[in-house]
Design a protein around this ligand. Structure first.
Ligand code: PMV
Length: 351
């Protein structure tokens, strides 16, 4: 049994096909170079002890000076209850499934992945916790088994979860998802900008604000309702989205960034058509486009105006990337430079 184990895994972005993938269409997702690590080591007292060093998340910061009331996103390293739910369930699952014989175990989490931003922080927590504990207890490190275990845990905690996030956290690189099947693709890395709107508007009630943790579920339900109303039209939109993913893969293979960017704008337009682009995310895409970005789109679930317009966008920058980042920052987003195609699970022992 190893004395000390560290498992580190990447965050994800969906490049093309989110929402449409729920209806069996193709989607392309990739790992990015923001990572989460779980360290497991011996502890003198019996039982598990969890320490969360830093989980970047969002909150509200108010500037009341001179009557100006503006909300800014901020990084809050304290609120980690959500992550703890995934750690607890991972332990419970492993104990039941593999009959772990525990003594004292120390678990420490260190993360660069913002919470509730559509970047896969929940899946990353599950994959890294499970991989680290399995290694620590001398269980098989088979990647497909780890992915499967982590997907199970995500399903138990959330009630519903697509296999995308756990696959990306485990394997890294790129994955194509088609009818719930996950296929790894050997594509080259891209430099992107991610912009996250995390601050909640001042006029939003606390009940609504507390529902934001379940945003993906709610947005998927809204799409379903709209689809039922416009079924024949949505069939065309969904087929177009499927074709966009196929052509985007070819554009990445050919390093054709002009066409890749254009496909991002088209995909964004379709996401707008199905109702998942709130004003604040629309603004981020428009401002990037105005500054000459090759492409920009909402990534992941998107958002709803009535849920504060929180969510994330990805931008394929041109040479004016620095100006785009400043503009996104001014528009209230948390801005990150990321590289796609990042490696998957990394395990170290007795480091
Ligand atoms: O924002 P996220 O990472 O929760 O992405 C949701 C992606 C959807 O396609 C909208 C839902 C799904 O389960 O695939």
């Amino acid at each position: 049994m190893a004395k000390k184990v560290r498992a580190s895994v990447p965050a994800k972005v969906i490049l093309f096909g989110e929402h449409f993938v729920v209806y069996g269409k193709r989607a392309l997702a990739t790992a990015i170079n923001q990572r989460l690590a779980v360290e497991v080591s011996d502890r003198e007292e019996d039982g598990y002890h969890v320490k969360i060093e830093n989980i970047p998340t969002f909150g509200l910061e108010l500037d009341l000076e001179g009557g100006a009331r503006r909300a800014y996103p901020y990084k809050d390293y304290g609120s980690a209850t959500k992550a703890v739910a995934y750690v607890k369930e991972s332990i419970a699952y492993l104990e039941e499934r593999y009959g772990l014989n525990r003594g004292g175990v120390e678990i420490e989490i260190k993360s660069e992945i913002p919470l509730s931003a559509g970047l896969g922080s929940s899946a990353a927590t599950c994959v890294a916790t499970i991989a680290a504990l399995k290694e620590y207890f001398g269980l098989s490190g088979d990647l497909e088994a780890i992915r499967n275990d982590a997907h199970h845990v995500e399903l138990t905690v959330q009630g519903a979860a697509s296999p995308i996030d756990t696959a990306i956290s485990t394997y890294g690189g790129y994955v194509l998802i088609e009818r719930n099947e996950v296929k790894r693709l050997p594509l080259a890395g891209l430099d992107l900008i991610v912009g996250c709107i995390g601050s909640i508007p001042l006029n939003m009630g606390t009940k609504k604000a507390s529902e934001i943790g379940l945003k993906t579920k709610r947005v998927v339900e809204e799409v379903k309702k709209r689809k039922e109303n416009f079924n024949a039209i949505f069939d065309y939109i969904f087929d177009a989205a499927d074709e966009i993913t196929a052509q985007a893969i070819k554009a990445i293979e050919a390093k054709d960034f002009v066409n890749l960017g254009a496909l991002m704008y088209i995909n964004h337009g379709l996401l707008d058509a199905i109702g998942v682009v709130p004003g604040r995310l629309s603004e981020l895409v428009k401002v990037s486009q105005a500054l000459g970005a090759l492409g920009a789109k909402v990534t992941g679930a998107g958002g709803l105006n009535e849920m504060g317009g929180v969510g994330s966008v990805i931008v394929l920058p041109n040479e004016s990337g620095a100006r785009i980042k400043t503009a996104l920052d001014i528009a209230g987003a948390l801005v990150m430079d990321v590289k796609t195609g990042e490696g998957g699970l990394k395990l170290e022992t007795d480091f």
